[in-house]
Design a protein around this ligand. Sequence first.
Ligand code: AMP
Length: 398
Amino acid sequence: MNILVINCGSSSLKYQLIEADKEEVLAKGLCERIGIDGSAITHTPAGGDKVTTEVPMKDHKDAVKLVIEKLTDEKVGVIKSLSEIDAVGHRVVHGGEKFASSVVINDEVMAAIAECNDLAPLHNPANIIGINACADVMPGVPQVAVFDTAFHQTMPKKAYMYGIPYEYYEKYKVRRYGFHGTSHDFVSNRAAEILGKDRKDLKIIVCHLGNGASISAVKNGQSVDTSMGLTPLEGLIMGTRSGDIDPAIISFIAEKDGITADEVVNILNKKSGVLGLSNGLSSDFRDLGNAADEGNEMAKATLEAYAYRVAKYIGSYTVAMGGVDVIAFTAGIGENNAQVRAMVGEYIACLGTSIDPEKNKIRGEEVILSSDSDKVVTMIIPTDEELAIARETVRLTK
Ligand code: AMP
């Protein structure tokens, strides 16, 4: 079965064509600047070179058409015709309380996704546009929605409620939802598989440390807490997002700088995190690591604050679950950044684990970092959200 996995942003569309039986990526690519001047598609067939073509794309429908053209192209294509695409799996950011698992898309599902637009105004409308574009270009091909929030729907009320008037939950569904669910599910599953254990018997903390970052507590196979909240702004210090702050900071800065609350929230999303903490040095951990190695104190302090926050969350989730068996690092920083892992490792040693400096040099591979005698296993597990979406799509359409 060939599954086309689609991840739509407001002006972008990422895709992978996955042969699901062998779980092989046949081709992948990215359409950028959709609806803006200078739009381009970058297409990479498996084993081939990346080809970037500048083509005008006025909307996502144009982008989907172009993806199909590339996938079926004589030179860079990997299938002969559209009929070789069996189903489409979409990453949908917010499923609210309506979706606790993936679903086959129909009119009712589309309406329910649209009802969640308020909760993710930048993401869900783009996801809907992508689904409609695929339905237009590939009529009759089944489509599946895989939600970033679904895995966390098992959180107990004590974990998802905020200490604010209850009416805001009743009126507007203000609560913790959590994101990166597909990754937290995939990585915690894989951790159990690698250890030859049943996930239902484990307490796992997954540290998804990418440009966006979140931590989850997965107890007996279910998410029981996670660091992102109503939106992805809460929790860890991220590339450009602040993570947890005193909410009164918003009105304080708004008043001092004569700007609106919305403008402050925009600063918290786009100009904060390690970018803001490093006084604009970089949001990229490679730059920060290099600067710290060269003695830049600001970069060092930024990395320290980042690792400290990660460690604090690991501590709190250990208590929340009544212990921890496995701590797994994943995503860009979690998989590749030995410096951050080592810094977090120093804090979590008190839980009865360690990070072997030699094994910690490994990048982007599955590896157990702790030693056999440790009480808690620490490991790196590369995430694969596209593969997880393809698996869900197969499960629901086969
Ligand atoms: P993601 O959002 O998962 O793609 O993660 C992006 C983050 O991962 C960026 O901050 C990158 O600097 C970081 N990253 C990716 N590769 C490396 C690497 N080799 N060493 C250090 N950080 C890396």
